[in-house]
Ligand binder design. Structure first.
Ligand code: ATP
Length: 792
């Protein structure tokens, strides 16, 4: 079929082409016409200047001796005489133009569609112009030519001069309306646009070059009008319409009346999914979901509940001390032949940072090695040398102030930095060495490891974290799970149980002091984590923030199990104690939570006195990038917690190092005393609360086979000795107990099972000896004592 159709086509074209010129002929004829038109044009122009001289020659056309003045000689003189003098005068110039266009059409084999129209309009123009110029034929006969003069004369005989004028005017209107599509509105619009352009240009005459966009519009628009009037054939009528519409849209405010504006796009915006529509309607009717509404009258604790510790008015600078320390540093370094180019001091609350720029050629390691010597010469503890200070190119020597200033919690809470912090879980830790309030987002950390020897400020640090959050967060937004094996540090928070704490169902005390319950809570948290991930998946969001935003805008239906999710913060004080007694049972869920819980708003804060490697294991460390070190007793401990030394050189009492990756920042922890915490919790506790603490999912513990032996009274009489043997040898094998204590195989095996249940050795590992979970006899002592306390 297709073939047929294709075949028939050439036939028809062939038929048509019998009347048409071939392409070559078209080119030949086209170029001939164009050249002829050019000849005519030059003849006509030249005729205008030479017609008088050449007039006499017209009759002697055949005489070859006579030459005409016209550019195209006798031919030019004759043809021009015919068209210009005897014909239409100046209007004859249109003729070469029409011939040229026709020639061009042929030359380029263009569609001849508009050509006839051009000739018709061309002829009308010729007649109109020649009649119009015929008015002046007596003085200038060439203007209108003979035809113009005669026609003018003829018409004047019947209608008079005014009549001819009116007829010509009508002719002009006819041409404008038919050819240029002139309408009164079009003229008005064009004039309006012009005046706008002029007005705007007057307003900002200098900015013309900058506002290229406006210029483009203006420049574009003006020619569009002119184009449509002058080259109607070149631009199809549709284009013209388009350009007119475009004009209206681009200036709706100015060209349209206000009624037109009010019809605008709102209806299109309303076209949304049905689901969103419902959500929008709900939001419209009830407003966004407000999780704080249940405790709508909740009042955040006031700043007055916190005390202003130490001197008010910030740090006092002791000029003498500064000078003295500077001299000592310079002197010590000079003794070792290290010259200083520059020295600068920044006074912090606890330490002053002396930044030195050594003279050229001094090795940094040389200064670093002098740490002890500088400390000796300054006769001060806690000197820390940072060589070089990251990003500064200087060497820092931190020297403790003789009189440290206490950074009160009140000052950091009141700071603008904290008050204006746009963070999900802002924590004001304290102040930096340059006395700036240090605020970080726990949600970004996303978990925090805290270590420090006893009495160096860990508990105060934990309280600072909790206080920060209590000052910034509504009970609906954040929940704490507090694990406090010491039983005294966090008990104050009992008062806010129904506001801020989370607990397992059917558990009396929200604050967990019993290590066995921690395992249940951790597993329960893992279930909560899995549940939350499921909710996030259903809601098709990636994190808790997006989820809660979607829930607030009522796009998630509570009937599908969706609910507002508060952040859950698990705080464990004395983690070492926990891992010693529960080992893997604690480590595994903690590692799991640490790895996965960030997106669903569960954050862990773990504090330990003993930052040894068997407490802060590799797996835990890997998942806690944010770490805080208070003063520790050895360089090894410092390395364990921070991966660098320095924490052993701190001065204690809240002097701490914070790292969240690479940089280590020295901070003075904000001090919040127990009475202050007590006042805050009382203030919150006295307010209306939820009926219950936030309930965590129930966890049904798997009873392991060895748990029967957990009963302390059922233990073998040789249990303690066996434990000591195992811990001393750091080798968990039954044969060792057999040999050392001269026991039978079965009895030794039973004791090993009991040791496993007590968390002293790890589980059975085939041919390998069991892992010993307690590092030394002191820890063992502590563990066994704890057990007896808990057992009572
Ligand atoms: N930021 C601080 N500013 C001033 N003094 C502080 C600061 N932090 C702690 N201290 C002082 O150090 C003492 C011990 O602090 P804290 O109880 O926090 O130590 P800790 O590390 O928790 O000890 P432990 O591990 O034995 O519980 C506090 O009573 C207080 O006097």
């Amino acid at each position: 079929m297709a073939k047929k159709g294709r075949k028939s086509k050439p036939n028809t074209t062939k038929k048509g082409s019998t009347f048409r010129l071939s392409k070559q002929n078209k080119i030949i004829l086209g170029s001939l016409l164009m050249l002829f038109s050019i000849a005519l044009f030059f003849s006509f122009i030249s005729f205008y200047f030479t017609w008088q001289e050449d007039q006499s020659l017209l009759t002697e056309f055949a005489d070859r001796n006579k030459e005409a003045e016209n550019l195209l000689n006798k031919f030019g003189a004759s043809v021009s005489h015919f068209f210009m003098y005897r014909g239409f005068g100046l209007a004859s110039l249109i003729l070469p133009f029409l011939l040229f266009v026709t020639g061009l059409y042929m030359f380029l084999s263009l569609e001849k569609k508009g050509l006839l129209e051009k000739w018709i309009w061309g002829s009308i123009f010729v007649i109109w112009i020649s009649i119009a110029l015929g008015f002046f034929a007596i003085e200038k006969p060439l203007l209108g030519g003979l035809v113009g003069y005669e026609m003018n004369d003829f018409l004047q005989d019947y209608t008079g001069k005014i009549g001819v004028f009116l007829l010509l005017l009508f002719g002009l209107v006819f041409i404008l309306v038919r050819l240029f599509k002139f309408t009164p509105e079009g003229v008005a619009k064009y004039l309006q646009k012009k005046s706008d352009t002029i007005a705007s240009e007057f307003k900002k005459p200098r900015k013309k070059e900058d506002s290229t966009e406006n210029n483009l519009i203006d420049e574009d628009e003006t020619p569009v009008i002119i184009d449509t009037y002058t080259h109607k054939e070149d631009i199809p009528p549709l284009n013209k319409k388009d350009s007119e519409t475009a004009l209206e849209i681009s200036r709706p405010a100015k060209t349209d009346i206000e009624d037109d504006l009010s019809i605008h796009v709102e209806k299109i915006v309303e076209e949304k999914e049905e689901k969103d529509n419902i959500a929008d309607k709900l939001v419209e009717d009830f407003g966004e979901f407000d999780p704080t509404l249940e405790l709508g009258n909740y009042k955040f604790p006031t700043i007055e509940l916190l005390d202003q510790h130490g001197v008010s008015g910030g740090i006092t600078i002791n000029q003498e001390e500064l000078e003295e320390n500077k001299n000592k540093i310079v002197e010590t370094l000079r003794n070792y032949k290290i010259g200083i180019a520059q020295i600068k001091a920044t006074i912090g609350p606890t330490v002053t940072l002396y930044e030195i720029v050594p003279e050229a050629g001094v090795r940094i390691s040389k200064i670093k090695n002098l740490e002890d010597d500088i400390a000796l010469s300054l006769a001060a503890l806690g000197i820390r040398i940072i060589a070089p200070i990251p990003g500064k190119g200087t060497i820092g020597i931190e020297v403790p102030n003789k009189n440290a200033t206490i950074v009160s919690m009140r000052s950091v809470i009141a700071s603008t930095k904290f008050q204006k912090a746009e963070m999900q879980l802002p924590i004001a830790f304290g102040k930096t060495i340059s006395n700036e309030t240090f605020v970080v987002d726990l949600a970004k950390m996303p978990h925090l490891l805290m270590a420090g020897a006893t009495g160096q400020g860990k508990s105060v640090g934990l309280n600072a974290v909790l206080t920060s959050l209590l000052y910034k967060k509504h009970p609906a937004e954040v929940k704490f799970i507090l694990v406090d094996p010491k039983k005294v540090e966090l008990t104050l928070y009992n008062k806010i149980e129904r506001h801020f704490l989370a607990k397992l169902p059917d558990v009396e005390e929200a604050i967990i002091t019993d290590n066995t319950k921690v395992i249940h809570t951790l597993n329960s948290l893992c279930i909560e984590m899995d549940n939350r991930y499921e909710l996030l998946k259903l809601a098709m969001v990636r994190n808790i923030k997006e989820y809660n935003t979607k829930f607030k805008s009522r796009k998630l239906n509570p009937n599908d199990g969706h609910k507002f999710l508060p952040y859950i913060i698990l705080v464990i004080d004395e983690f070492a104690d926990l891992i010693m007694t529960a080992g893997k049972e604690v480590e595994t869920p903690i590692a799991r939570l640490a790895q996965l819980a960030r997106a669903i708003g569960i954050h862990l804060i773990i504090a330990t006195q003993r930052p040894s490697v068997n407490v802060i294991t590799g797996i835990i460390k890997a998942n806690f990038p944010a770490r805080i070190a208070f003063r520790v007793t050895s360089k090894i401990d410092s390395r364990t917690i921070l991966d660098t030394q320095g924490a052993d050189q701190l001065i204690g009492r809240g002097d701490m190092l914070f790292t969240q990756g690479n940089d280590v920042t020295r901070l003075q922890c904000a001090f919040v005393d127990t009475p202050e915490v007590s006042k805050i919790t009382e203030y919150i506790g006295a307010q209306r609360a939820y009926p219950e603490a936030y309930e965590l999912p129930e966890y049904v513990g798997e009873d392991s086979g060895t748990s029967i032996d957990y009963n302390i009274s059922d233990r073998d009489t040789m249990f303690r000795e066996a434990a000591e043997v195992i811990v001393t040898a750091q080798q968990g094998s039954a044969s060792l107990i057999q040999r050392k204590l001269k026991l039978g195989y079965n009895r030794a095996g039973r004791i090993v099972d009991q040791l496993e249940a007590a968390g002293i050795v790890g589980p059975f590992e085939g041919s390998k000896a069991r892992q010993v979970l307690v590092p030394d006899l002191v820890s063992l002592e502590q563990l066994l004592n704890n057990e007896t306390h808990n057992g009572q």
